[in-house]
Design a protein around this ligand. Structure first.
Ligand code: IPD
Length: 276
């Protein structure tokens, strides 16, 4: 099956949303009401909601029979993940960055088939970078100057070990006991001989930076499917790996990605790493 029409639709929707996000990023009065969801680090603005509605409307016009899951309308019941063709959208990933003017902000759009991402678009309208992929067709990045690059940017490299790796992680928005296990992991990573550890505040962009070859690995516990679905196919098509912390297999024994697991590890395309 060719996914090129679906990819074209996802790119159109992202490019329609991009200027709306950028205008509100540059002019805070356009962001609309700011609400806290679960706590002070879990934010939503009127822009998040408006962009989700805009993207859904654009895609629904072409594919009225498809299903939709979006961060701002997800209720886990009427929008439960099934095997049907489903668009999974985070209208503004990095909402806290968006509110505070930190330019790691993107829209993330994925098409899922059998609950696996087959098309993904991650567009950062502030930095003018657009990452995209469709199953079987490779992963690409359109840069601000309009040039298109195949990912990873510098090709697949031999694994040089953790001491030559730039690592990314995130804290998410949970501030309860779940943060303790993240702190333990970070304690080991910070003490390990890496090149450094980064947190950008956008799971989708961090995962795409793994596909680009900037980060060697990125892990996070606590993300939702809309944060990582598009990046999952982008990293896979770049030759990299995405894995759940707990391995899930289908009836044939093949490892599949459980997008609901909320714990993911992304590793870039390096020879000889994460083959299980
Ligand atoms: C959040 C960001 C953040 C990650 C959180 C996500 P949002 O998404 O991706 O980097 O740590 O887990 O919820 O709320 O900005 O769309």
């Amino acid at each position: 099956m060719s996914y090129s029409d679906f990819l074209a639709t996802a790119l159109e929707a992202a490019r329609k949303a991009g200027p709306v996000i950028k205008a509100a990023f540059l002019n805070r009065t356009l962001q609309g009401t700011l609400d806290l969801k679960s706590n002070t680090s879990d934010l939503v603005t009127a822009t998040d909601k408006a962009v989700e509605a805009l993207v859904f409307a654009h895609i629904r016009e072409k594919y009225p029979d498809h299903k939709f899951i979006g961060e701002e309308t997800y209720d886990g019941a009427t929008t439960e993940l099934t095997n049907d063709l489903t668009w999974c959208v985070d209208p503004v990933d990095g909402t806290t960055n968006f509110v505070h003017g930190f330019p790691y902000v993107c829209i993330s759009i994925a098409l899922l088939k059998n609950a696996q991402a087959v098309v993904g678009v991650v567009l950062n309208p502030i930095l003018g970078e657009c990452f995209y992929a469709a199953e079987g067709s490779g992963a690409f990045m359109e840069a601000m100057d309009g040039t298109v690059h195949s990912l990873p940017l510098y090709g697949v490299q031999p694994w040089k070990g953790l001491s030559a790796s730039l690592v990314a992680t995130e804290w998410g928005y949970e501030r309860d006991a779940r943060l303790d296990s993240k702190l333990k992991t970070l304690d080991s990573v910070l003490k390990a001989p890496t090149r450094g550890v980064r947190s950008l505040g956008s799971a989708a962009l961090e995962a795409c930076y793994v596909a680009r070859g900037t980060f060697d690995l990125y892990w996070e516990a606590g993300v939702h499917m809309w944060d990582v679905a598009a990046a999952a196919i982008i990293i896979r098509e770049s030759g990299g790996e995405i894995a759940n912390f707990v391995v899930v297999r289908d009836e044939s024994g093949k490892e599949v990605l459980d997008l609901k697991q909320r714990k993911f590890l992304f590793v870039r395309a390096v020879e000889g790493v994460l083959r299980r």
